[in-house]
Design a protein around this ligand. Sequence first.
Ligand code: AHR
Length: 497
Amino acid sequence: MNRIVINTADANVRISRHIYGHFSEHLGRCIYGGYLVGEDSPIPNVRGIRKDIVAALKKIKIPNLRWPGGCFADEYHWKDGIGPHNERPKMINTHWGGVTEDNSFGTHEFLDLCDQLSEPGNPRCEPVICGNLGSGTVHEMAQWVEYCNFDGTSPMAEVRKKNGREKPWNVKYWGVGNENWGCGGNMTPEFYADNYRRYATYVRKYGETAPFKIACGPNGDNYNWTRILMEKTCPMVNGIDLHHYTVPGNWEHKGSSTEFAESEWYVTMRKAYFMDELVHKHGAIMDEFDPKRTVALIVGEWGNWFDVEPGTNPGFLYQQNTLRDAVVAAVHFNIFNNYAERIRMANIAQTVNVLQSVILTEGAKMVLTPTYHAFDMYKVHHDAVKLPVYVESQNCTHFNLPAVTASASEDDNGKIHVSMTNIDPKNEQGIRLELRGVSVKPVSGWIISSENMQDRNTFETENAVKIQNFNGARTEGVGGKITVNIPPKSVVTLALA
Ligand code: AHR
């Protein structure tokens, strides 16, 4: 029997909703042919942006959107993407398929998208703009901030007004470069940290909008990068952006998103679990320099990275999404929730039609992936108070990996949500759930599971994998003890009151 103990008295930190953030790059069919279909398209749109995508992302309460890259960010010159469309210069998207980028989606269009994604009365979908440190100038970066945020008379504010936007957008989150250890300039940590200090100095506060400055963090387990960055940039930094993808194979042969054996399922899960070690170890280094945890660890790119779908452009990174992706997403969410003291933002790569997408489109058709449903299920944890969990898990039958992961929170109405994964593809897991300090019972439950590991939603079968009601929990006597039987390869959330 597995065991999960929740000490409600130890609750002390909120799980930032920004952990459930997104990332959308100028890559493949994410922006063009994804969100953006154009005003003249027969697909219903508002100023060229698809209504169905906006509605779906609003339903999962998308808290933020990171843009324009990715590797694209350090080649992007923002002034190319403002002003009349027919006057915008074209460029080559050298990283992603060598296609022509016509800059028709730029700053105004991106911030319009974020506005459309924001539900009136709810917190805004915060734009997270990643500036160009790799090939751009300090001046260019400084002017972008002024263009977006200055309310008054200034050179950039005047250009903005001429382009039709009177008031500033007050963009809070600014990335200062992306993957500068790689595609963003192949820098050493020392060189990057010095450059970060220089660029970040000119990312100014305008009005009430104090910029939250995000430095390029480590590539996976490059702990030296974190150490040098913390040493050299504290206290000039608000967040450090770790990137880590789950790749079952190697970079040459990553593995298929849909055709995989049980052994690959396990390898994928093992690699997803590695995120726990990464945030633990990077967090420990950050603790040395920042014991009060004022600097956030951000996981600005995460998710499964498989081979592209056969017959698609290798530079477009289009992959399908199965039950395996939903379980991997939930494993990550549990890790992020459990490290909420340090992790205050994360962004899945990428929202639409690229890597571990939550939405796939084909012409007018749109399908919500299993990963989408994991985001939907976990939205109960947005800004809720984290309840520390102690998990005692059995190993999966055929692999030396714990079968169960979990996280829990209490919302402002006093409702407790416990989310659990069972990665064992064959065996149900019985769990004894003990809540210390409260007496509650399950009031509702939801599950994402399916008959086969490879099950997915397609344009023909949209709802093969979705959230269903879960009735596998029952109260045992008195005193907050609950028994849960979680089916194999599934994600479950219980609401307790
Ligand atoms: O998400 C795809 C790419 O992965 C991003 O552009 C880059 O930052 C990372 O290497």
